[in-house]
Design a protein around this ligand. Structure first.
Ligand code: PLP
Length: 436
């Protein structure tokens, strides 16, 4: 290699590439005439409400039917966001004051807010090198108050689902899979979302398929589905004409107003049909990159339990020390490994905001929406005074955050983009890692 091309761009050399990589939003790139056709159909029918209308097209219903097939569950319910989906499921599971919900410290803020808004107490569990919940730490954290394990399949790939499933069974806990970041992922051929008592997905713009906003609940038990249904709506069941039925005594509760609109359903239906293609493309690109870089001394890749089941949306790489990690990312970005201005394509995980428990200020400060401090003030939750959510609570998560980086794998990378990413990793590693 000539001297010019081996000089890093941060040291004044030529960058590997000058064009930004594509935006990271996987589903958005694939929005096309299928979405347009479905949405137009709803508009032409003048029927954007899912339960009745002058000429309802039942897009949400079709989306739910596809989802039942895709995720191998007998029940599916479209809702308006992943955040609400989490809240609805926990509420339907009866989670409330006095209950603990176990969740990993690498997460999304919605996971915590859903627990708090149910009036329960979150119990943080450390991660292992899958960057998902560590089953050993989970076992340590189970108490007589534990009610639900929330396993979050983070950054595109499944957590240790069999181990967590066994724990839930052994301790008679409910298992909720948060698949918002791993739609289309699988473990040993079985889709994420099919393992837990219930699972949720998100259709927000950053996710593997998108309708801008939207969410999905899937579950195995009919009574649980019916409770989710009532809660996602106005607290009651509906009859065959889509009208509220307040007389059904098994389904009289309080609703949160999270129905999915037909416009959302129309997009979600078209996107779900593309999920396999989208994840296949990301997985293929990601594993080319990963295979090329994982043998570089001085870095290691996140452990993926089943590469075939990786949705491929993210590459996580870990270094020996924080300084090296941060220098490496700066150098990669200078080589042109970044998206358009404003994108979060390539970053140290210290910049990954509300994905880490210790950045959630409302959790650390035990904030309440209510004047009386609920749920922290509830007598059944008095035990929370022994729990801290400050940085330092989860040694492995704290450590991995400091010295890991994350590269989002766009769903439209070309072979040239993939080659550039590989070349940039190699170029930066030759200078920064061998000197260390
Ligand atoms: C995005 C996300 C959610 C929330 O989904 P929204 O549709 O944005 O409300 C929940 N959990 C995880 C892990 C997420 O990444």
């Amino acid at each position: 290699m000539n001297k010019k091309s081996s000089t890093l761009a941060i040291h004044g050399g030529q960058p590997v590439r000058k064009q930004p990589l594509p935006w990271e939003f996987p589903g958005a790139h694939w929005i096309d005439h299928e979405e347009l056709t479905n949405v137009a159909q709803v508009i032409k029918a003048q029927s954007p409400f899912r339960y009745y209308g002058p000429n309802c097209q039942f897009m949400v219903q079709q989306f739910e039917a596809s989802a039942r097939q895709q995720y191998q569950t007998p029940f599916a319910l479209g809702v308006n966001s992943g955040t609400c989906a989490l809240h609805i499921v926990l509420s339907a599971m009866g989670v409330g004051p006095g209950d603990e919900v176990l969740l990993p410290g690498y997460l999304w803020v919605s996971c915590v807010s859903a627990i708090i808004r149910c009036g329960a107490i979150p119990v943080l569990v450390d991660v292992d090198d899958t960057y998902c919940m560590d089953p050993h730490d989970c076992q340590q954290k189970i108490s007589p108050r534990s009610k639900v394990i929330m396993l979050i399949h983070m950054s595109g790939a499944p957590g240790d689902i069999h181990a967590i499933q066994a724990l839930a069974k052994q301790h008679q806990l409910l298992l909720l899979e948060d698949c918002a970041q791993a739609n289309g992922a699988a473990f040993q051929g079985k889709p994420v979302g099919s393992f837990g008592d219930a699972a949720i997905f998100s259709l927000q713009l950053n996710k593997n398929i998108t309708s801008g906003e939207g969410g999905l609940i899937v579950c195995h038990d009919e009574a649980l589905y019916q409770r989710c249904f009532a809660i996602h709506d106005l607290g009651y069941a509906r009859d065959q004409n889509g009208r509220l039925n307040p007389q059904d005594e098994n389904n009289q509760c309080w609703g949160v107003g999270s129905r999915m609109s037909e416009l959302t359903g129309a997009m979600a239906l078209a996107q779900l049909q593309k999920l396999a293609l989208i994840t296949e493309h990301m997985r293929q690109c990601k594993w080319q990159i990963r295979s090329a870089i994982e043998t570089i001394p001085g870095l290691s890749c996140r452990r993926i339990l089943d590469p075939k089941g990786d949705s491929g949306a993210f590459l996580i790489v870990r270094f020996d020390r924080r300084e090296i990690c941060h220098d490496f990312v700066k150098a990669l970005i200078a080589e042109g490994i970044q998206g358009p201005p404003g994108s979060l394509g390539c970053l140290p995980m210290t910049d990954w905001g509300l994905h880490w428990y210790f950045n959630i200020t409302s959790l650390i400060n035990k904030t309440s929406n209510a004047a009386d401090g609920f749920p922290w003030s509830h007598p059944a939750n008095a035990f929370h005074t022994e729990i801290s959510y400050q940085a330092g609570s989860l040694p492995q998560a704290d450590d991995f955050c400091q010295r890991s980086m994350l590269l989002t794998i766009a769903s439209t990378l070309s072979q040239e983009d993939v080659n550039d990413i590989i070349e940039a990793f190699g170029k930066v590693a030759r200078v920064l890692l061998e000197n260390n």
